[in-house]
Design a protein around this ligand. Sequence first.
Ligand SMILES: Nc1ncnc2c1ncn2[C@@H]1O[C@H](COP(=O)(O)OP(=O)(O)O)[C@@H](O)[C@H]1O
Ligand SMILES: [Mg+2]
Length: 292
Amino acid sequence: MIAPLTQAVRGQPVPSIAEPVIEVIDITKRYGRNIVHQHLNLDVRRGEIVSIVGGSGSGKTTLVRQILGLEHPSSGTIKLFGENLATISPETALLMRSRSGMLFQRGALFSSLSVFDNIAQPLRELGKVPNELLRDIVMLKLEMVGLPCKHASKMPSALSGGMIKRVGIARAIALEPELLFLDEPTAGLDPQASDEFVELISALHRALGLTVVMVTHDLDTMIALSTRVAVLADRKVLVAAPVEEAAGVDHPFIREYFLGLRGRRALQALPPERRAKLPRAALAPASSELPL
Ligand SMILES: Nc1ncnc2c1ncn2[C@@H]1O[C@H](COP(=O)(O)OP(=O)(O)O)[C@@H](O)[C@H]1O
Ligand SMILES: [Mg+2]
């Protein structure tokens, strides 16, 4: 299934990369004696799609939660749209929240609410939106994520994994955010649903000029979408660069993740001019050694 949006934005240029919208400056995050982040820095500019990769428990979700203001760093500074999260007023914080959409790793939808009510929920939280308008907005968002209107009355339990993610995205973009956060968006999806998800994010990125920050384990999704990849290891961002550059950094996690069989195979999807910048170790044959 190809969403009409995907066709509409074909040929449209990708958003140009502009000023920083997220600045994470020298943060440390501790839970008791567990130091999750130490001297961690990361910038994300408007129009980028930045993937955060790292081992399980390396602090990817914790980093996103801090950027969203759901957790606070033990020290250091986080700025969103140029504003220091530690010093803004509650009103500004609320406004910032409405400029970001989030698709969480688990519990993407409220299971007791219909598709319609799930998507409508952020709009209802805002206050009085007339019913007619609410209906139009929800139906528009459904269409944007490529789901027919007839699904609006369904309960989440009646949907496939791929459809649940689409509804989660429709809800995340309900307030027309500038920034979209995705935590493991393709986990649990079959390869076809993952490919469709990649198309959807790519189309929304173009159509809405979105900035996307995505936590993912999925090499194919990461390579297909990212303008840069931020590698989390040793409690910090080791490198935040286009994947062909990040793959060349000498570090055990990077060697294992990018230069193993799966990594080398996934890197074959890069266009030739970007493949030419990969380290030699990434170009060793991969396709013949693993069953497809
Ligand atoms: N609310 C919390 N309280 C205590 N420890 C936490 C909390 N949230 C995360 N952690 C710890 O922080 C570390 C990083 O977790 P997380 O950000 O979820 O990793 P990832 O998303 O990379 O798998 C883990 O050691 C986890 O146990
Ligand atoms: Mg996580």
